[in-house]
Ligand binder design. Structure first.
Ligand SMILES: [Zn+2]
Length: 414
């Protein structure tokens, strides 16, 4: 496995970049520069880190063969013939928001940004990180469908990125010891139902949507046949809820957790990505109410309704980010929810150094102070391992996430 060099950020100095990042709307991400701006992409763990007893501790009580990271993105620009696609606006400095965001993802994933190296260096680095985990550990790789119009036609110019079912399914088939895969099918695609059959035939474990970026209204009655199909295939729906803060989007209202009553009512198992931990949503359960509860409170409401006890789940991807960490004490305290929470990393985001402020987590009593330096080091070598050890370490009033939050494989047995 070749080591990916640290992706440089030519022509932009740290301060300038942070200013640009703030301008780019990344201000909502609550950035901290305490641990630096860039991932240093240091490659393989040195022996001193590899043999650290706190790493062994993190695996205590877990069967690695059941530990699946349920939220991993695959990015690239198609320079290996993969069909992976970034909106070309993101490569043009005069589209500052998109440009900065792409550069940040490139660095977080330790991608070599030279032509012909982008796709392959992403995969090299992801595989190297998986190989450093105990045998049996797997990640769920997400495909990502186009944004589509009302007729299901792709809207390329307003899509952020694209990863085809074919390519992501092929990666899982090529590396079955490391990857499972999750299809992404827009419900308005005229071929949607056939594509679901094809995805299941190729071993897809779930379906992924990002409604605000893909122009999907989960509450639309138009989707009922699609939901009936998902339910009959027993294919879970992993869908983003809460604000997305996308550079290109179709409206945060599409991320309102209450819109998920539609698939839940159809008997679909729904995993709410990030437990809807950002933003506020319209009170859709009552007419004429002007208050806008937090999306997380709306998620809590749904989680506490008995009729959804068997079908509604939340993933804890990215919840340790500074802008989301307010929800962590609730997620840790709700012992009755532990069987309904699934760990995922949202890779490559854990590799974005300023997003997770370790010392702030420690100051809030959510992370033992003696873990901060270890995690700070890990992040520059292996963002997947960093995220896993961090999540295993989070605690509130002495309570950590239960083992079953990490042993996610049984959830996906159909
Ligand atoms: Zn994600």
């Amino acid at each position: 496995m070749t080591r990916a060099p640290a992706a440089p950020l030519p022509g932009l100095r740290r301060r300038a970049l942070l200013g640009a990042a703030a301008l780019a709307g990344l201000g909502g991400f609550d950035l901290s520069l305490r641990d630096g701006l860039l991932n240093q992409c240091r490659g393989e763990l040195p022996a001193s880190l590899r043999d650290d007893p706190r790493l062994r501790d993190a695996w205590q009580g877990l069967d690695p063969a059941k530990v699946w990271d349920t939220h991993v993105h695959v990015i690239g620009d198609g320079d290996s013939g993969s069909g992976l696609w970034f909106n070309p606006r993101m490569s043009r400095p005069w589209h500052l928001q998109e440009y900065v965001r792409r550069k940040i993802y490139i660095n977080a994933a330790c991608i070599d940004d030279r032509a012909g190296r982008v796709d392959l260096s992403f995969m090299d680095h992801l595989l190297a990180q998986c190989q450093a985990m105990p045998a049996g550990f797997k990640t769920l790789l997400f495909a990502f469908d186009w944004a589509r119009d009302e007729h299901g036609a792709p809207l390329q110019e307003v899509s952020t990125y694209h990863a085809s079912d074919e390519h992501i399914g092929a990666l899982a088939a090529k590396y079955p010891q490391h990857f499972e895969w999750v299809a992404s099918v827009h419900p308005h695609d005229p071929r949607a139902l056939d594509r679901l059959d094809a995805a299941v035939a190729r071993g897809a474990k779930a379906l992924k949507w990002l409604p605000t970026a893909q122009n999907i209204d989960p509450a639309s009655p138009r989707i009922d046949r699609f939901y009936a199909k998902l339910a009959s295939l027993k294919l879970p729906l992993i869908t983003h809820a809460g604000d997305e803060q996308a550079v290109i989007g179709f409206g945060e209202h599409l991320g309102n957790p209450l819109r998920l009553r539609r698939p839940l009512g159809a008997g679909v198992r729904v995993i709410v990505a990030h437990c809807a931990s950002l933003g506020h949503g319209e009170e859709l359960d009552a007419q004429g109410v002007a208050t806008r509860p937090s999306n997380f409170d709306l998620f809590v409401r749904l989680m506490d309704e008995p009729q959804y006890r068997q079908t509604l789940y939340g993933d804890i991807a990215a919840v340790a980010q500074a802008n989301r960490a307010d929800v962590v004490p609730t997620l840790l305290s709700r012992r009755d929810w532990q069987p309904r929470l699934l760990n995922g990393s949202d890779y490559p985001l854990p590799g974005v150094v300023p997003l997770i402020d370790l010392r702030k987590l420690a100051a809030r009593g959510l992370l033992a102070a003696d873990r901060v330096e270890l995690l700070r080091q890990l992040r520059h070598h292996n963002a997947l391992m960093f995220d896993f050890v961090l999540k295993r370490s989070l605690a509130f009033n002495g309570q950590r996430f239960a083992n079953e939050v990490f042993e996610t494989a049984p959830f996906f047995a159909r």
